[in-house]
Ligand binder design. Sequence first.
Ligand code: MN
Length: 503
Amino acid sequence: MNKASLKQLEVWFVTGSQHLYGPKTLEQVKLNSTAIANAFDTSIHIPVRVVFKPVVKTPDEITELCKAANNQPGCIGLICWMHTFSPAKMWIAGLLSLQKPFVHLHTQFNRDLPWDGIDMDFMNLNQSAHGDREFGFIGSRLRIQRKVVVGHWQEESVQQKIGLWTRAAAGWNELRHLKVARWGDNMREVAVTEGDKVEAQIKLGVSVNGYGIGDLVKLVNQIPEVEINQLVEAIESKYEMAASLKKRGANHGSLRESARIELGMRAFLEEGGFMAFTTTFEDLHGLVQLPGFAVQRLMADGYGFGAEGDWKTAALVRAMKVMASGLTGGTSFMEDYTYHLSPSGAKVLGAHMLEVCESIARESPRVEIHPLGIGGKADPIRSIFTVKPGPALNASLIDMGNRFRLIVNEIEVVPLDAPMPKLPVASALWIPKPNLEIGAGAWILAGGAHHTSFSQAVPAEVLEDFAEMAGIEYLIIDDSTNISAFKKELRWNDLYYHLSIGI
Ligand code: MN
């Protein structure tokens, strides 16, 4: 799944009941549940398949279903709904064994009370108002973090919320299988990009392993000239580019070198089944230039990336690209780079040395070559573009020592005040919510990294759902953020996670 197609994934629609009501009622429960599952399966708001499962009525049926979900690779979670009353002790064994996330849909098949005709048959068939509360209790009693979606199943907003949850589940599923290749280690002495890779594999599933840059260089140097010719031709036909990079231009050789590096990286990633990777400018031995353009193009093809050995951001970018599949707007590795601290409105200019994903480009990227002040290598190729104004967010995954923390800041990408003709990298200009003062203040208090996964496609709600599935801490910085309250939330969370870990 390179450019992720979420239709390959499925969630199971699970209806809880019991035998108390007799076969006739249960037949109606089945018909109603099938109708909801089919409506969700064809909903434009729900990107994965929704598969109806036979109504569960006993502890054994529930446990078998949960085990089957665990064993079905394409199943990324359950939608649970108690059409009638389903005594929740029946769910204990199943929910304890369930390794996939579930969303609790609190709906009723009939939207309206049939005022004239309501009788006890109607009352007995439409019991989720109390049946779902019984189910909710056992979820809370078992301390299972989950999403509860309330409303009539035909409502667009209900389907949208279910759809967002399935996106989170798809990202979570991706992380459970993700392999990250690290070429070189961390940038020396940097703290926030470090972390416990063993704990990440236990907690998140992602496997992160280092590879010598020589292993990559070997592949890069084996790329046949004919393949480089083909890629250079494809690049020339796709992009506007600086004259010196064109055929017979003074720097055409650098473009060919960039293409060679890209092909080597692709071969390495494909061979190892990696969908995310990191590089570091401090370890380029044998590579002629820092991979910039190559990284940009790989990210645009769906790979997660983190610079300077930042494996957490690489994994997060990949997971968010999966969550964003089919939505408008891109997702990229990003860094808060420099500020516009004007009294008339403070802004952040986000960029990186080179590596910003073309999926967020507003206009056709232009390919150029410029010197790079650090790394001591040949001038690297990069594509340059700006980013479309509109809502977006930055997300940062950090290791607090005893837990992972996901920090999300909603932002508004804004137009440039004036062109920046001398800026030799892709960039985005934004205002953090609620403003730079509070947004950056809260971010820094939370320990959020300078590296982020920037997305115009993934809403914060998806990341909240995702954090719940992963059982990690989630902090949102948005229009309602208040520094005093935020500081308290940080202190309370420290206490909660300290206690919840146990010994
Ligand atoms: Mn950086």
